[in-house]
Design a protein around this ligand. Structure first.
Ligand code: PLP
Length: 378
């Protein structure tokens, strides 16, 4: 099997599995007795480790149930906390956000009276016009790197401009943590979301970094855990596994980025040479493992099915909803033509990817694309 969907999720690291198993029996870390205190100590250590690794203070680390949850808590919570004090219902967001942010922003507009100023990407998927950030808003939100194209966004400039306007900025760094040099305090963000399963931790474990002020208004109500931002008994084993995965991912980051970027660049070059009319979607800066390509005229569903039958697992660039493929909102925002975007293929390399994997795909892809183009022309 050749697994090339590391941006969707990447296999758990052994260090994370070991930490998870070691603490699987941990009790409620809030318990006022010795087993509770022992669980609390493991949680505190995970919090400290993550804070140190991501340039935050331990109190700023909030454990959540996913990256999606971290995004929701931050964007909706900051809007609710700031709307009145800021004297504006304006929200600034980009059109290429992951649905965890996009749907939250749309819901703020539909149910809480927000007026959204949208930032548009250029043809390569980068947000270059950040002028919407210069007008004060209740909250602004922007991703560090795009999950589909891998395009790395100018988040530091965005944070400076948002700060100059007095606007809190949420950064969705779910794709960036483990690959980019993410330092919370240096980033200038007010809140930042990460997700363990993107860097070799368990699925269902997210991180929200949240400064002491301004603090998001609680979106979930309950027992007050995690500064009241994410109430509910914390999963100690998941927190320990997340910290273990992050430590290892960051220790390997530079060497692994160099290995992946080289492998990915050769991969793209060889595909372009072997498959006629291949379009490379995103120029630098982009994440090292992302190869986003478009094969105009090819039918996404056929590409994925044919690849799967050959033991190659990848993702389409189009969105599949109820069995119908349509252009993804990211490619649409970039102004990609429907015919090109419907033939988009996202191949994302990761820790387990080898040169032999790349060889196999390069050998099989020309025939796959030829057949998918035939299917597209029927
Ligand atoms: N944000 C981005 C950019 C993502 O790529 C993803 C996951 O695909 C998420 C948010 C959601 O993370 P999770 O799967 O942990 O809910």
């Amino acid at each position: 099997m050749v697994y090339l969907d590391h941006a969707a999720t990447t296999p758990m690291r052994q260090a994370a599995i070991d930490a998870w198993v070691e603490h699987a029996a941990a009790v409620n870390p809030g318990g006022q007795y010795s087993s509770g205190r022992a669980a609390g100590a493991v949680l505190a250590q995970a919090r400290e480790d993550i804070a140190e690794l991501l340039g935050a203070d331990p109190v700023e680390v909030i454990f959540t149930g996913s990256g999606t949850e971290a995004d929701n808590i931050a964007v909706r919570g900051l809007y609710r906390a700031r709307r009145e004090a800021a004297g504006t219902n304006r929200v600034v967001a980009s059109t290429i956000e992951h649905s965890a942010v996009l749907e939250t922003v749309k819901s703020l507009a539909q149910t809480e009276g927000a007026e959204v100023a949208w930032m548009e990407p250029d043809r390569g998927g980068h947000l270059r016009d950040l002028s919407a950030l210069d007008t004060p808003a209740a909250v602004a939100t922007m991703m560090w790197a795009n999950n589909e194209t891998g395009a790395v966004q100018p988040v530091r400039e965005a944070a400076e401009r948002a700060a100059a306007a007095g606007t809190p900025l949420h950064i969705d760094a779910v794709q960036a943590v483990g690959k980019e040099d993410v330092h919370f305090h240096d980033s200038g963000a007010t809140t930042l979301a990460a997700s363990a399963h993107k860097f070799g931790g368990p699925r269902g474990s997210g991180i929200l970094l949240a400064r002491r002020s301004p603090v998001p208004a609680p979106v979930l109500l309950g027992g007050g855990q995690e500064r009241g931002l994410r109430p509910g008994t914390v999963d100690v084993a998941a927190a320990a596994a997340t910290a273990a995965a992050l430590r290892e991912a960051l220790a390997e980051r530079e060497a692994e980025n160099a290995r992946l970027a080289k492998l990915r660049d050769e991969f793209i070059e060889r595909i372009v040479a072997a498959v006629p009319n291949t379009l490379v979607t995103t120029p630098e800066p982009r994440l090292p493992g992302h190869a986003h390509l478009m094969f105009p005229g090819a039918e996404a569903e056929s590409m994925l099915m044919l690849l799967d039958s050959l033991g190659i697992e990848a993702s389409a660039g189009s969105a599949c909803s109820a069995g119908v493929h349509r252009l993804s909102h990211v490619l649409e925002a970039m102004g990609v033509a429907t015919e090109d975007g419907m033939g988009a293929l996202r191949l994302t390399l990761g820790r387990t990817t080898t040169a032999a994997d790349v060889d196999k795909v390069v050998a099989e892809l020309p025939a796959v694309i030829e057949r998918a183009r035939l299917a597209g022309s029927l």
